[in-house]
Ligand binder design. Structure first.
Ligand SMILES: Cc1ncc(COP(=O)(O)O)c(C=O)c1O
Length: 461
């Protein structure tokens, strides 16, 4: 008889002994069990290990095996007191649920904010991790981040920058939280493009900052609407995504880039440049980061590898110059000390390997192809007017629904048919300018898109 099944048989017999005993009773020793049940020591060890896993016995090395205390009864726990202790749910958590919840298994993920699995650089990251593990830096104390990785980000973003201008962060989300909490005086308003990335609005609200929504159009943030609130509210922080903004896809025009920076200079304001889609652009001539036009440290540039590589590669950069850099450096340490150097070293090995440009080339071609495919489906099945303009990067289409449609109802109806899309409303920091849906071409396999858009068309009808 294999010792595994004899172990199971002996465990069954010993369960009776344990059930008859009291907490703390000592079981016969291994030698006694071998003799009593005429089994091998291996069988005894396997049976005792089984009972230990079940929580029925406690093995004390050198002392023996004892009957464990009975498990704590699993009665329903009364946690209602917590609702009284916590008070109202903070408003910044409500819309953010959309980002936190992944797609339920088996659904078509047209709501995804990260790349579809087949587009992620997981094989390349695996190889980079193996190289990183051998490096002594992988476990060092690096409050600002690994110097060669900061060097790499600096050279990528603007050749005028040096490693000293760069702080490594755990992606952009945490960078937004750190920046809003550290550079805005208590209660000072921030100007946020609208619609905006939900996580940016949530981070500002979590820092208890009033948010003033500045409308956008196909050319990016409406700079003509910025001067008045800058003057009247004293706001000194403007949040924008100059390239392929999430959710609306627009890229800031050259004219508005210049106007935005002129306004920042005139009012002594910071511009937070969330450059989330830097590596997701398939434009013929991608626009350079806004910070490359900034001389005097107005632009705080945020970028991350979680979008072009994989959501779990939570390594990003904050670029800041002047006194704000020193403040953010200290604030980063208060927040979480620093990003695990093993992950930073992995990121460095990844982006400096020949496989990285290959990955990006494939990614851009694939995003382009998927955008074209989804655009064609949308125009064909939902009508020519729902997509006022096409993004040249990023991973989403921003659909404007016809008058009378309710985007939340459409999204709920689609979800009942297994197609996940984002209703537009939570993406607006204040009143929405219409009914919108955000659908992802980067997060879903091409094969699933036709079925997904057909369901949307039915839901709209
Ligand atoms: C526009 C934008 N900014 C920032 C983030 C945060 O990304 P991460 O923290 O993974 O870098 C996201 C994620 O969805 C985003 O869409």
């Amino acid at each position: 008889m294999a010792s595994d099944s004899s172990g199971q048989r002996l465990a069954a017999l010993l369960r009776t002994t344990v059930a008859a005993g009291r907490t703390g009773d000592r079981l016969p020793s291994s030698r006694e069990l071998v003799a009593e049940y005429r089994v091998s020591p291996v069988t005894v060890r396997s049976a005792i290990a089984q009972l230990e896993r079940e929580g029925l016995v406690v093995v004390k090395s050198g002392a023996g095996t004892f009957v464990a205390p009975p498990p704590r009864p699993r009665h329903p726990v009364d946690t209602d007191w917590q609702l009284v202790a916590m008070g109202d749910e903070p408003s910044h958590l409500t819309g953010f649920d959309q980002v936190v919840a992944g797609p339920p298994p088996g659904t078509i993920p047209l709501a995804s904010g990260f790349l579809a699995e087949d587009l992620q650089a997981t094989a390349e990251i695996g190889a980079a991790l193996r190289r990183a593990m051998a490096r002594p830096e992988a476990w060092s104390w690096v409050p600002e981040g690994l110097a060669p990785l900061r060097d790499w980000f600096a050279a990528e973003i603007d050749p005028r920058l040096t490693a000293g201008d760069v702080l490594i962060s755990s992606g952009t989300q945490t960078a937004l939280s750190t920046v809003f909490r550290s550079i805005c005086p208590d209660g000072a308003p921030v100007l946020i493009e609208s619609p905006a990335y939900i996580g940016a609005t949530a981070a500002a609200r979590a820092a208890r900052l009033p948010v003033i929504a500045i409308p956008t159009d196909r050319h990016g943030i409406r700079t003509d609407l910025l001067a008045a609130p800058l003057a009247s509210t004293g706001a000194r922080v403007i949040y924008v995504q100059p390239a392929h903004a999430n959710p609306h896809g627009a890229t800031l025009s050259d004219e508005r880039r210049a106007e935005l920076l002129a306004l920042a200079r005139r009012h002594g304001a910071f511009v937070i440049e969330d450059d989330w889609a830097r590596y997701l652009s398939f434009a013929a001539t991608p626009s350079p980061p806004l910070i490359t036009d900034d001389e005097d440290g107005h632009v705080l540039h945020l970028s991350s590898l979680s979008k072009p590589a994989a959501p779990g590669l939570r390594v990003g950069a904050i670029v800041a110059r002047g006194p704000v850099a020193r403040r953010l450096r200290r604030a980063r340490v208060v927040d979480d000390f620093f990003v695990t150097p093993l992950l930073q070293e992995t990121a460095l090995q990844l982006v400096t390997s020949p496989s990285w440009p290959r990955h990006l080339r494939r990614l851009h071609a694939e995003l382009h192809r998927r955008r074209d495919h989804l655009v064609a489906l949308v125009r064909d099945l939902l009508g020519p007017d729902v997509l006022p303009y096409e993004p040249t990067g990023g991973m989403h289409l921003w659909l404007r629904l016809p008058d009378g449609a309710d985007a939340t109802e459409v999204a709920e109806a689609a979800a009942r048919q297994g197609v996940m899309v984002n209703p537009g409303r939570p993406w607006f920091p204040s009143e929405p300018t219409g009914e919108h849906l955000r659908i992802s071409f980067g997060g879903a396999p091409v094969e699933a898109m036709t079925a997904g858009v057909r369901v949307l068309a039915a839901a709209l009808r």
